[in-house]
Write a protein that binds this ligand. Structure first.
Ligand SMILES: [Zn+2]
Ligand SMILES: [Zn+2]
Length: 765
């Protein structure tokens, strides 16, 4: 019996926790398989690695290193802590020893800083490694360009600071042997599509300096890694996926918090929040000396978990333990962040609550247990988070705590959807014209584009180029396409999709900068009246000034959290694909979406129950995107009406639940997509349910929904039909961001409507 079975038993059976432990899955541990160092690895590097505790490489590290060394593009897609860095370090070290250079790309500065620290400690012979990012001081930059042979940067810096000044990098680029793309699975959706185009621009600039670097990608476990890597780089890529690293055994528990007896919106039953459950578990585990990391979806949630766990320990007069719990998230300033990272590494901290930001960069190895409060967006991310647990081969514990939403509730009752399924592949769409256009402009500014370059950017580039010429962005001349404007073309592409500079969050009293939030997210996160939490302190937003990009806040201690709501209208521009199931049509195509944050809800922090609603006056944002939508025939509508089904409520409920379940089939999260439903849509003339990508030009999520439509709507029906509530609740058909206050909604109607859509027998229902 593993140590965790005893712990789980103590927690659930002896303490009789009211939440439900629905399932425990055991992942057996495994012994590692080592191999000899590749013959071309220098003896002094082998010596230094041995001093650092690496006696021999794992088989997958050697396989990937050998492929890269032989000049084959390679992606290594293996588990967390399987030593992917060594796989690219070996060929990279050989390259710099032979006079070549290496460009290392990571999605975050934190990860690059970690890598640099490790390289400086190891000091491979002849390697001059340096970071080149937004924090690199001006005087250091010239040194890096002239002397470094291993440069660590990020796609943003490559896009804005390196490609456009390629002449200053001529010496480096001419000798470029490897491009390392670390954490490649993070390049998904619109961001991934941008990075794919940046890598194409890099290849083109390299060709100008007659270098053709080999791409080495490192990724979390994902399906079809060759295909993802090919989309990302535009090149054929081999994959190494056999993980030969030793693995700690893992106990993976699924937990459903109990119904509280509180009444939520429209009297619906409300579950205890996942954050409250996580805080409790963190306090319990801290008492047992278990080092625990809780991953929480929102920045507010991470703060709530830390505060509540501290409070629970303090109330039990365990002040020493309470001091050993903290929160961490991406928006913190660098100094705050590093302090927490060090404390966790040293074991001074026992409990840390974090947003997914920690998933990146920080190489934390001393953890016993991981708490996952809600679905982290993808199965790959779920395993990556769970993989954080496991100290020196000891058994590890992961606990998935369901949030009160359709997907999480579905998962804790369908463990096969978590444990019996291969991880999904990474979704990105480099051909998105909204992404491609700005990068073609940037490429033309770097070096005028020629017909030959179309091979690099693919067939989708041709119509986009014609459009750019029509719009006066590029000039067509006999020798190619030219950027002749005075401004910088790279300003056209906002690669993180944030839609403008981040909004600064400033304490109105002290004038202190507390953190930042993306402009696109600001309407929902720091609107007037929003509750904002920072380092255990809570603030209320006095005023969001969109013109100045500032949200002024003041310290306050409300017992509620805030949830923004928006209203949305949608118009079909064109239908790209269609499938029919009997009379049901399922379509995929281009749409225009008009969206506006119109108000917010206040919810009790501890119980989740709704306290009230406030209107807001924010500008509308319009979006050209892609959507999947489905309709049922007028005959089906008549049948439903005859049974007394309220069509608007049925469609609305089906829309909410299907948005909740889509992340299971497309690698999006609930906030990447939106929905609209109506009993009669002007463009279809029928009852229609839309789910759209929340990003300009689409990100491939709606397309995945279209491809998996049958499975997706079947799971949606199951999630609604099997929910234990009677008339609908947040675990099935209610949505926290519904613009219509979750009205009308019909639970039984949604099940019947989905039966009609899926073409099921109506008898007996
Ligand atoms: Zn329900
Ligand atoms: Zn709604």
């Amino acid at each position: 019996m593993s140590r965790w079975e005893a712990t789980l038993q103590r927690l659930w059976r002896d303490h009789t926790r009211p939440s439900r432990l629905t399932h425990v899955h055991r992942v057996p541990g495994g012994r590692g398989l080592t191999e000899d160092w590749p013959g071309w690895t220098s003896p002094s590097l082998v010596e230094r690695l041995a001093e650092a505790g690496v006696a021999a490489p794992w088989a997958h590290q050697v396989a990937a290193a050998e492929l890269a060394h032989a000049g084959s593009n390679v992606i290594i897609a293996t588990g967390t802590a399987s030593g992917k860095s060594l796989a690219f370090l070996l060929p990279a070290a050989a390259a710099v020893e032979g006079g070549g250079t290496v460009l290392y790309l990571s999605p975050t500065k934190a990860l690059a800083a970690d890598q640099l620290r490790a390289l400086e400690e190891l000091a491979p012979p002849g390697m001059r490694a340096a970071a080149y990012d937004g924090d690199t001081p001006g005087e250091t930059r010239a040194w890096v360009r002239a002397h470094a042979n291993y440069v660590l940067t990020n796609p943003d810096m490559l896009h804005r600071g390196i490609l456009g000044r390629h002449a200053a990098w001529a010496g480096f680029l001419r000798r470029l042997r490897y491009v390392v793309v670390d954490e490649a699975h993070r390049y998904r959706g619109v961001f991934g599509s941008h990075v794919a185009q940046i890598l194409r621009r890099l290849r083109r600039v390299c060709a100008r300096y007659r270098s053709e670097p080999t791409f080495v990608l490192a990724s979390a476990t994902a399906a079809a890694p060759e295909e993802t890597a090919r989309r990302l780089t535009g090149l054929p890529v081999r994959a190494v996926t056999d993980d030969a690293a030793p693995r700690a055994a893992l106990s993976f528990a699924l937990v459903e918090p109990e119904l509280t007896g509180q009444a939520g919106e429209r009297g619906a039953p409300v579950r205890r929040t996942a954050t409250a459950e996580a805080a409790d578990l963190m306090a319990e585990l801290a008492r047992e000396g278990v080092r625990t990391l809780a991953f929480v979806r929102s920045r507010q949630g991470a703060e709530v978990v830390a505060i509540s766990a501290q409070r629970a320990l303090s109330e039990a007069r365990e002040h020493d333990l309470a001091r050993r719990v903290a929160a961490y998230r991406a928006g913190y300033l660098a100094a705050d962040r590093r302090g927490l990272e060090d404390a966790l590494r040293s074991g001074e901290l026992l409990g840390l609550a974090s947003t997914n930001a920690l998933e990146l960069g920080v190489d934390i190895t001393g953890l016993d247990a991981v708490l996952l409060t809600g679905w982290p967006g993808t199965l790959a991310a779920l395993w990556q988070q769970a993989g954080r647990a496991g100290r020196r081969g000891e058994d590890a514990l992961a606990v998935f705590i369901a949030r009160d939403d359709p997907l999480d509730t579905y998962l804790v009752h369908h463990p096969e959807a978590v444990f019996g399924r291969p991880v999904e592949s990474t979704v990105l769409d480099p051909d998105n014209p909204y992404v491609l256009g700005p990068h073609l402009c940037a490429a033309a500014e770097e070096i005028p584009l020629t017909e030959g370059d179309l091979e690099v950017f693919g067939p989708a580039a041709e119509p986009v180029l014609a459009d750019l010429v029509d719009r006066g962005m590029l000039r067509r001349r006999p020798r190619g396409w030219f950027w002749t404007r005075r401004d910088r073309a790279c300003d056209l592409a906002d690669i993180r999709g944030a839609g403008g500079p981040p909004v600064q969050i400033v304490d109105a009293e002290s004038g202190q900068l507390l953190g930042t939030v993306d402009e696109a997210a600001a309407h929902g996160a720091v609107h007037d009246g929003a509750v904002y939490l920072h380092q255990g302190l809570s603030y209320v937003v006095e005023r969001l000034d969109l013109d100045d990009g500032v949200a002024l806040v003041h310290g306050a201690n409300p017992e509620y959290s805030t949830w923004a709501r928006d209203v949305t209208e949608i118009e079909i521009l064109s239908t790209l694909r269609e499938q029919r199931w009997g009379d049901t049509a399922v379509c995929f195509g281009d749409v225009r979406v008009a969206r506006q944050v119109v108000g917010y809800l206040k919810r009790d922090v501890r119980t989740g129950s709704v306290l009230g609603e406030q209107p807001l006056d924010l500008p509308e944002r319009t979006l050209r995107s892609r959507a999947v939508w489905w309709t049922v025939s007028t005959e089906a509508e008549q049948r439903l009406r005859a049974e007394g089904v309220e069509l608007r409520g049925a469609a609305h409920a089906a829309e909410h639940a299907s948005i909740g379940l889509l992340p299971l089939f497309a690698t999006c999260d609930r906030w990447d997509i939106g929905g609209v439903s109506t009993a009669l849509h002007a463009d279809t003339g029928l009852l229609t349910v839309f789910v759209y990508d929340g990003h300009e030009g689409g990100a491939g999520f709606a397309e995945r929904g279209f491809a998996a439509a049958r499975e997706w709507l079947t799971a949606t029906r199951a999630a609604i039909a099997t929910c234990e509530c009677t008339d609908g609740c947040p675990s099935c058909i209610q949505s926290p961001k519904c613009g219509n206050g979750n009205d009308p909604l019909s639970k039984s109607g949604a099940v019947r409507l989905l039966d009609e859509a899926l073409g099921r027998a109506v008898a007996g229902r």
